[in-house]
Write a protein that binds this ligand. Sequence first.
Ligand SMILES: *Cc1c(COP(=O)(O)O)cnc(C)c1O
Length: 373
Amino acid sequence: MSERSAQHPFREATIDLGAIAHNVRHLRELTGVDVIGVVKANGYGHGAAAAATAALAGGAARLGTATLEESFALRRAGITAPLMAWLHEPGRRFHDAVEADIEIGISSLDQLTAASEAATAQTPASVHLKVDTGLSRNGIATHDLDHVLAEAARLERIGRIRIVGIFSHLSGASADDDRAQLTRYRQVIAQAEAVGIRPEIRHLAATAGAISLPEARLDAVRVGIGLYGLSPFAGRSSSDLGLRPAMTLRAAVAAVRRVPAGAGVSYDYVYRCERETTLALVPMGYADGVPRQASGRGPVLVNGRPHTVAGRIAMDQFVVDVGDEPVSVGDEVVLFGDPTLGQPSATDWADAAGTINYEIVTRIGDRVPRSVS
Ligand SMILES: *Cc1c(COP(=O)(O)O)cnc(C)c1O
């Protein structure tokens, strides 16, 4: 087996920006409403600024992040589109958000007060009121709602805040549960209107609701996983939904060896070779986001042919038993990409690891360079 210089990158996540733009266009057409592109958590692992730029190219009306720091990073990257952020540390003040023209998701009276204190004489703080309609997570709690809505209306009248939106988030537990949240959301909107609040955009649905619950589309949908071309539904693939996966995760074979029958492979020898065989070493492990739970199960392509991880996935590497196939150092390994091209999907890896595709892509580590295509 001749060693030669790697023809393929040692490890690499290629991000198809055209796929992201396509996915936004597709979901805009499907829903008929504005798309808020959710680019939190480094754009679900795809690179936040690149994902944001591609989402805007596809027609996203605004972008959403969890934290303000994530939104500031987008501003520093030159993104001038409307941005919103909705998860704040206790006691957070918002002067920097007002200065950077970032819309603030408000989940409590304290946050509402902090937003109004950050307003300047010329510029009110732009806010989206986030209400808990049943997820029991973030959002203005039901018992605070009367008070917070009244105070928000007052602060808007005196020019301290501008109420851009009112939003909530669905559980996805069942269609009935989501419809119950929509009903509750509509009650909250009516209650807000009764105290004089007229939000420009009402938004409730994320990707799953945007696709499966048309009545929840309202004025805008907040699309995260769909932006990246992955399906939020078990049993429905990306292509079933007209989406194109944006990330392809690849590596180059780092070592190859021929071993005799009975050879133990990787930690704990949970895999032993049944006969003489060739082993290929893949230089990615759980530190790179390849889930250890997928040991013995994760699917890969080696030189375009399907195989399964042999034995334990380690921190930096795992092994594939390629039998008698000719494999050389530097040959291409694809962990996941677009199944319409015959590649395993991020969802296949999620199934192998007992998790969801969201976790697979967001955990791809910093040691894996992203390149855009
Ligand atoms: C992450 C998130 C989204 C995006 O959800 P997807 O299921 O990825 O589309 C939307 N809204 C809120 C509040 C979120 O936290």
